[in-house]
Design a protein around this ligand. Sequence first.
Ligand code: CTP
Ligand code: MG
Length: 380
Amino acid sequence: MKSKVSAIICAAGKGERAGFQKNKLLAPLYGAPVLYHTFKKFDIDEIDEVVVTSSKEDFEEICALAKPFGYKVVRGGKTRTESVKNALKEVTGDMVLIHDGARPFVSKDLITSCISSVEKFSSGVCAVKFTDTAAIVSYGEIHDVPDRESLYRLQTPQGFFTQDIKRAYSLAGEKTYTDDSAVYGEFIAPPHIVEGEESNLKLTYKSDFPREYALLSASEGQKIGFGVDVHAFGEGKRVTLGGVKIDCGKSLLAHSDGDVVYHAVIDALLSAAGLEDIGHYFPDGDEKYRGADSGKLLEKTVEIIKNAAYAVGNLSVSVQAESPRLSPYIEKMRENIARICGIEKENCAVAAGTCEHLGFVGENLGIACYCAATLTKNKI
Ligand code: CTP
Ligand code: MG
């Protein structure tokens, strides 16, 4: 029979080091309280019951957050050890995963690995290997450098059979511990390690928050831009779109080669970087640009972007033309744009469509192109 799995989510701290006016777990992260994100991670079929610890001050607010999930909220204590002890009284599952509310980035995979480890080895403590060299330091001097291979940073969740961890905590008496594996290790057995995740960070200081925003939304240091270009058809043999020459018995009227696709991309990139538009950098009154290869202009634009400390993220291009039919040329356009911008082809989408005979494009008077672009600020 499948064992009943409970979880304890510790949320009864004050979050003093974060320095908000309230518990850091009630501070917003990506538009919702930190604790809401943690709650969501445990709202899965594998978890049968959740008990949350809360301080007296936050009780009402945490109850309101927990209610839609059907989680039980109990009062915590002065220390995390006391809080867990109180929560354990309410736990009815065969096994219990104990997790810090301050780790909202835990993944479902890690939670299930932790459960499997308890089933197999009676305990499962999420931990990640040290990547830096660690040292034992006293009075500002290094006294020992332990073997990095044997050093782990412990995370949560930490899972145990309920009767074991309850027994460990009752044997611990009034002693205070920083985590549950220490209590289990002292009174029951050496806890078993589960390979944790670097992303499963604990929010401790205020400065951890912007870093976490970047993890969740990738929005920090990202810019978005939009560009549009239109050229009318004129006499000629061929048009150039995204660097591809297409023989179609007409041309696009322009000072340069009239590559509307490249021009829309150039404007999207300049716009994302907060710079002036294509006309500023490549004026159409300038003889230098008569019949210019727009691929060269795009190359120059990428240089300008780089000098402003940005790298191209991705591009989304949409061309509207009643004729010629563009589908045979789309792959080549993607390749050309991606190559010049220094991105993978997967990060450069090109779509084409007609205008159903509506408007200037529909009347086959010219071609329009739209482009959205993202840029990433180079931080180092
Ligand atoms: N915690 C708890 N009961 C306590 C203290 C802490 O349930 N008496 C919880 C916290 O809410 C947090 C987790 O244990 O989710 C890990 O603790 P920590 O990161 O130290 O959070 P705080 O104690 O709230 O922060 P600080 O130490 O900066 O005050
Ligand atoms: Mg603390």
